[in-house]
Design a protein. Structure first.
Length: 261
C-alpha cells in the first residue's frame, strides 16, 4: 500500500513538472493567445498580434505586429499599429500569482487619429477600457482575467511614435503626421496587489490619448496661425483662394501624405 502511494506521488510530481515545462515551451503561444483574447475584452475592439518570441531561460523577447482596431463607427483600419515591442519578464513568475515584467519597450508606434479633439477613436477606446475597469461583475472569463491577474511592470517606455492626423477638420481632404512625445512609466504594481491588465491598459492608453490630443492640438494651432496669416496676405481673396492656401500648406509639410479618411 505504501509503495502504491509513493508511485502515485511520483506520478503527480512528474505531471506538475511536465505542466511547468510545457508552459515554458509554449510561452510564445501563451503570450499571443493572451494578447488576442484579453486585449479585446478590455478595449472592446479587435486586437491582433502577428507573433511572440520569449526566451524561457532569460525571459527576454519581442512581440511582433501588434494592431489595435477601431470602434465600428470609425472608418480607418486601426487606431494603433506597432511593429515591435521589446519585453523582458521573470520566466518563473509567468506560472505564479503575479507576473513580474522587468521592461516593456514600445518602439515606433503609429497612431491614427480619427475624429475631432472633442470626440475621436482614441477617446472612445479609452472609454471602453474604463468601462471594463468599472464593472463590478465581469461578464466573461477574459474580463475576469483582465481585472484579476496580477502584474508588476518595472519599466514601460513608448518612444519614436508618430500620429497620423486626418486634416478633414480643416476641409482640405489631406492628412499630416506629428510626433508623439516619449511616454515613460516606472514601478507599476510594486505592492502586493500589483496592477491588473485592465488597470495597466487604462493607464497607458490614457497617457497616449492625452499626449496625442496635445500633439494634434498643437499641430492644428500651427495650421490655424498659418491660415490666418495667409488670409491677411490674400486681402480680398476669394474663399476658393483661402481653401487652396490651406491645401498648399499641407503640401509643404514634409510629413504630409495623400491618405484620406
Amino acid at each position: 500500500m505504501k509503495k502504491l502511494w509513493v508511485k502515485i506521488l511520483l506520478v503527480l510530481v512528474a505531471l506538475v513538472i511536465l505542466a511547468v515545462v510545457l508552459g515554458f515551451v509554449f510561452l510564445d503561444s501563451i503570450v499571443k493567445r493572451s494578447v488576442e483574447t484579453v486585449g479585446p475584452a478590455i478595449t472592446k475592439v479587435e486586437v491582433k498580434l502577428a507573433g511572440a518570441r520569449i526566451s524561457p531561460f532569460s525571459g527576454s523577447g519581442e512581440l511582433k505586429g501588434l494592431v489595435v482596431g477601431n470602434p465600428p463607427e470609425y472608418k480607418t483600419p486601426q487606431a494603433i499599429k506597432v511593429g515591435e515591442v521589446g519585453v523582458s519578464v521573470v520566466p518563473k513568475s509567468v506560472m505564479g500569482d503575479k507576473v513580474i515584467v522587468r521592461s516593456v519597450k514600445v518602439v515606433g508606434p503609429e497612431i491614427t487619429f480619427e475624429g475631432s479633439l472633442s470626440g475621436n477613436n482614441l477617446s472612445k477606446i479609452l472609454e471602453n477600457v474604463q468601462g471594463t475597469e468599472a464593472k463590478t461583475q465581469p461578464q466573461t472569463k477574459e474580463e475576469t482575467k483582465a481585472k484579476t491577474r496580477k502584474l508588476q511592470v518595472d519599466d514601460f517606455l513608448i518612444s519614436g511614435g508618430k500620429v497620423h492626423v486626418s486634416a478633414t477638420l480643416l476641409g482640405s481632404g489631406k492628412s499630416t503626421t506629428v510626433p508623439l512625445p516619449e511616454i515613460h512609466f516606472t514601478n507599476l504594481g510594486q505592492g502586493p496587489e500589483g496592477i491588473t491588465p485592465s488597470e495597466l491598459v487604462s493607464k497607458v492608453l490614457k497617457e497616449v490619448t492625452d499626449a496625442t490630443l496635445k500633439a494634434v492640438g498643437a499641430a492644428m494651432g500651427d495650421v490655424g496661425k498659418q491660415v490666418t496669416e495667409d488670409v491677411k496676405n490674400l486681402g480680398t481673396g476669394t474663399v476658393e483662394q483661402v481653401g487652396k492656401s490651406v491645401g498648399d500648406l499641407f503640401k509643404k509639410k514634409p510629413a504630409a501624405t495623400n491618405q484620406t479618411k
